[in-house]
Design a protein. Structure first.
Length: 278
């Protein structure tokens, strides 16, 4: 399940967004033409782009994304590309390619994907029952009301892929309240559902105060505090790595400038010995 769910997630998270997803058909044609061996790298690049933004959410989404780091046989690569083509054919970029987050929040794509892939018996064993949108809308009307505050918070301890939060965010937008100003915290036992929720939070643009924690609330009542601590550590790691990368880029730019001015010799081609390079 992790590979098809991860392909849908990567396409849904594709960084390019446009008004009304007008670029979707062009991008679909471009991606559909890519050879099979390129798809794991494509998923890795999309994952890396979002890891820089929200390392905590991408870490939670790892169960459906980390397969892209593995080596795959030609047959598996063929199957991966076939799944990607199917997702593209059925308009994944149209559903998630709009620059307006309200349009991207019209559907819980990850819930549909994970539910469709999972056997009915597995869903029953896990106690996985997704709340119908109509019921979620009624519950949000009761919980939030027709005059929601500009700043508040929502917490759900068995949130699945976040369907209740999607409806709540749309409820706020319809009343001119920005969901990014709210605090959203979801907890979920199933790692695949939690991964889907993390992806959804990015697609729906719930903002910087949206968090997902994977665990059992009955045995881990401090999940929220743990998730905040984990996020702080991941943000610190991200900042260190980005800082090192920026320093390396700056050094390369200085070297290129010195080479252009003839102050230092050009760098040797890749593959030459370190002795000759020195």
């Amino acid at each position: 399940m992790d590979i098809p769910a991860g392909i849908v997630a990567a396409l849904a998270l594709w960084p390019t967004k446009s008004d009304g997803a007008q670029h979707a058909q062009y991008l679909t044609d471009f991606l559909a033409a890519q050879p099979a061996p390129t798809w794991p790298g494509t998923v890795r690049e999309v994952t890396a782009a979002h890891w820089v933004r929200r390392p905590d959410l991408i870490s939670t989404a790892a169960p459906i994304l980390r397969w892209a780091e593995d080596e795959h046989s030609p047959d598996m690569l063929y199957a991966i590309r076939a799944v990607a083509l199917t997702a593209l054919k059925h308009g994944v970029l149209l559903h998630t390619g709009a620059s307006d987050p309200a349009m991207r929040s019209d559907t819980d794509l990850m819930s549909w994907t994970i539910t469709a892939l999972r056997h009915r018996g597995d869903r029953a064993w896990l106690g996985e029952f997704h709340t119908p949108p109509e019921i979620a809308e009624a519950m949000n009307r009761i919980a939030i009301g027709d005059k929601p505050p500009n700043v508040s918070s929502l917490y759900e301890c068995a949130g699945g892929t976040g369907g209740m939060f999607r409806v709540a965010a749309q409820h706020l937008r319809e009343r001119n309240v920005d969901p990014r100003r709210w605090t959203w915290h979801l907890e979920e036992l199933d790692p695949l559902a939690a991964a889907g929720a993390a992806v959804n939070f990015l697609i729906w643009d719930l903002g910087p105060k949206a968090t997902v924690a994977r665990g059992d609330i009955l045995s881990q009542p401090d999940l929220y505090a743990r998730s905040c601590g984990d996020r702080a550590e991941l943000d610190e790691l991200r900042d260190r790595l980005v800082g090192r990368a920026a320093t390396a880029v700056a050094h390369l730019r200085v070297l290129r400038t010195l080479e252009d001015l003839g102050i230092c010799a050009p760098r040797p081609p890749a593959g030459e010995s370190s002795q000759r390079a020195a």
